[in-house]
Design a protein around this ligand. Structure first.
Ligand code: NAD
Length: 510
């Protein structure tokens, strides 16, 4: 990998303490960089500076904002290899997963370059009285948006929120996970090289409950991506200040294999859906429902695909699956598999750590005979572990798929028309037909997010931009027809008003 440009990146961290955070290379445990650690006062400083910069930014012509993002788009692509190096080093993921991660900010930037003008422009609305009142809906930025991002897709998830927030005229205070701050910092550097004015995006680093909480306590809107447990805390804190938040949270995502699905193709899609990013993907498939008669044949094929996956550390495309991110993540995954095994689950493939490959590697694992007493039945594992369940009827499969507190992503494999007809019966924010993740996630024009315990609000599409604004109605009374003239008794005015309301209804104006 290329050397980490630490000096160039630390410049964007707002920190007045002498403490530091030290991300490590996941494959080896070697220190990657020493970055400044922010204190709660630094968050306030960042918000104040952001607030000052935002006023001028919001007044800038959208065309000028767009010109900066057009340059940023080019810079992201030009620096893709450096970005991929940093993403891999700080997360331990495979190169192919790192490369897919870079596609997200590129797609989001080009999407809003195309759509922001139409979405943000003032809209004429029918006024209170035809001709007499002209009403216009404006989209006003919140001010300073706090973006809190997790470690699993550090570049994609910090940028997927920061980019539309900036397009909409906000400033951003970004708090990435301290272990995975380098790739978002390089993206912030590229934004500045593209011409973004100072202080519009600033980074704060430190422990989530301290620095993340300070971000929620001082910004005007919070875009949070992370676990459901933390999301609930963030929502409660935001509610105390009556600020809005969007929450992109966990999942326990189901895949339904229909009885007409070609099994080889289904197994290949299932393996990618379960083991991409070593399963540390909120949209990962963790439960697969298979028709009873084809259960064994599908399981055999999935095991074959799984055992062909190349697991290992390297900054090239030689491996399909990389490492888990940390000791904590390895512990969680091991606990889920050991618990299932001890309670009678069958391990069809994998099921053990691989310290010979690196400190946090774990084999892609396929389980069967998993029951509700086991941790991996209900809780999000967030690792390369998938459970297979047989079903008898489609209704039963839908019922089982919906038996979860979460509702993030789902997949249905089989004849495209039949599979698409199952989709609306699933309680999930996205449903991929004949795919697991990328078809829905890559459709940047469509909203993306979770139902139930998987979150609030959406990223991507119109919602992904408009959530960074508030609606403001400006109504201009052009002819003074509203209100009671002093000379008119109110009784008469009331009669006139009722007549007018009836007429408006008849004319279908109101
Ligand atoms: P996490 O909730 O532990 O941390 C997420 C971020 O929040 C980190 O930056 C962390 O420092 C910060 N944080 C922690 N405590 C905080 C607090 N009290 N107040 C404010 N901020 C706080 O999650 P994680 O372990 O980093 O990420 C994994 C989780 O994220 C999984 O559950 C995964 O499903 C979810 N996730 C969801 C999506 C999505 O788009 N729905 C995407 C990726 C990950």
């Amino acid at each position: 990998m290329r050397p980490v440009p630490t000096e160039q990146l630390r410049h964007y961290v707002v920190a007045s303490t002498s403490d530091t955070v030290t991300p490590v290379e996941v494959y080896t445990g070697a220190e990657l960089a020493t970055l400044p650690r922010s204190g709660p006062a630094d968050v306030l400083t960042a918000v104040e500076r952001g607030r000052r910069a935002q006023t001028a930014w919001a007044a800038t012509d959208l065309a000028d904002r767009k010109a900066i993002f057009a340059r940023f788009h080019g810079l992201l692509l030009a620096h893709r290899e450096e970005l991929a190096d940093l993403v891999q080093a700080e997360t331990g993921k495979a190169r192919r997963d790192a490369f897919e991660e870079i596609a997200e900010p590129v797609l989001v930037t080009s999407y809003y370059l195309r759509r922001a003008g139409a979405l943000l422009r003032p809209r004429r609305r029918a006024g209170a009285m035809p001709l007499a009142v002209r009403a216009t809906e404006l989209r006003v930025p919140h001010g300073v948006v706090g973006v809190i991002a997790p470690w699993n897709y550090p570049l994609a998830l910090s940028m997927a929120d920061a980019i539309p927030a900036l397009f909409a005229g906000n400033a951003v205070v970004l708090k990435p996970d301290s272990q995975t701050a380098l790739s978002p910092l390089l993206a912030v550097d590229l934004m500045h090289r593209a011409g973004l004015p100072e202080h519009l995006i600033q980074v704060v680093l430190g422990d989530g409950p301290v620095i993340g909480a300070a971000v929620v306590d001082s910004t005007d809107f919070v875009a949070f991506t992370g676990s459901t447990r933390t999301g609930i805390e963030v929502a409660a804190r935001a509610a105390e200040r009556l600020i809005g938040c969007s929450l992109e949270l966990g999942g326990k995502n189901p895949m339904i294999v229909l009885d007409d699905a070609p099994l080889d193709r289904a197994a290949a899609i299932a393996a990618r859906g379960a083991f991409a990013n070593a399963g540390q993907l909120c949209l990962s498939m963790e439960r697969i429902y298979v028709p009873e008669p084809t259960f064994d044949a599908f399981a055999k094929r999935l095991v074959a695909v799984t055992e062909n996956l190349r697991l290992g550390a390297g900054y090239d495309y030689g491996f399909d699956v990389g490492s888990l991110v940390s000791a904590a993540q390895l512990k969680r995954v091991s606990e889920h598999v050991d618990d299932a095994r001890a309670k009678g689950a069958r391990v069809l493939s994998g099921g053990r750590p691989r310290p010979d490959l690196g400190p946090y590697f774990y084999e892609p694992t396929v389980l069967a005979e998993v029951n509700p007493d086991m941790l991996c039945h209900t809780e999000e594992t967030f690792g390369p572990v998938v459970s297979l369940y047989p079903y008898r009827t489609l209704d039963e499969a839908v019922l089982l798929a919906n038996q979860s507190a979460f509702g993030l992503n789902a997949s249905v494999l089989g004849d495209a028309r039949r599979a698409a007809a199952v989709a609306p019966r699933l309680r999930a924010g996205t449903v991929n037909v004949n795919d697991a993740v990328n078809s829905a996630y890559g459709s940047t024009d469509a909203p993306m997010g979770g139902m139930r315990a998987s979150g609030l609000g959406r990223r991507h599409g119109a919602e992904g931009l408009l959530k960074y604004t508030e609606a403001q109605t400006v109504a201009v009374q052009r002819i003074p027809v509203l209100g009671v003239p002093r000379w008119l008794p109110f009784r008469v005015y009331a009669r006139v008003l009722v007549g007018a309301l009836k007429a408006l209804r008849r004319l279908r104006i109101r």
